[in-house]
Design a binder for this molecule. Structure first.
Ligand code: THU
Length: 159
């Protein structure tokens, strides 16, 4: 039997090491936590994505008393971008989160459903989505959602 090892590459940067563009996007994600509607989890997530033309679209988690009806910040931003700028690819997505103590020290990573949706965006626009995960201890930089989703399922998987 053969063992196959899957590798993931993530870089850890301090905010000062980010480009001005990336720092701004992270700042917008932090600001987006303010519009989170999270009376159940008290966990406010903000997302900000940049499109190829430079437009920034934000999202935040929106909860519901019927829990599965709510939506994560990442998908809120991605679906808003798809609805308002369908011709533009997403180049970078930044995520930040706040619990009752403040901004999280460790970066918060997108849930499985959001990873799958980010993957579809990469496939649809044939453009990798860089992901910036903010924590007060540092920012993870990930070059494509594929780094977070090994053995992923895409449309070609059905052919
Ligand atoms: N949440 C997000 O918005 N994004 C993530 O990446 C993880 C989880 C939200 C969903 C829910 O409103 C709250 O955080 C607690 O799970």
């Amino acid at each position: 039997m053969k063992e196959i090892k899957l590798q993931t590459t993530i870089r850890l940067a301090q905010s000062e090491e980010l480009s001005e563009e990336d720092r701004l996007l992270v700042q917008r994600a932090i600001e987006a936590t303010a519009s989170s509607y999270s009376p159940y989890s008290h966990f406010a997530v903000g997302a900000a994505l940049r499109l190829t033309d430079g437009t920034i679209v934000i999202g935040s988690n929106q909860e519901n008393a019927a829990f599965p009806s709510g939506l994560c910040a990442e998908r809120t931003a991605i679906f808003a971008a798809g609805a308002t700028h369908p011709d533009q690819a997403v180049t970078t997505l930044a995520i930040a989160a706040r619990n009752e103590a403040g901004l999280t020290a460790e970066p918060v990573s997108p849930c499985g459903a959001c990873r799958q949706v980010i993957l579809e965006v990469e496939q649809r626009y044939k453009c990798p989505v860089r992901i910036l995960l903010y924590g007060t201890n540092g920012v993870y930089i990930i070059n494509s959602v594929r780094e977070l989703l090994p053995l992923c399922f895409v449309d070609e998987s059905m052919r």
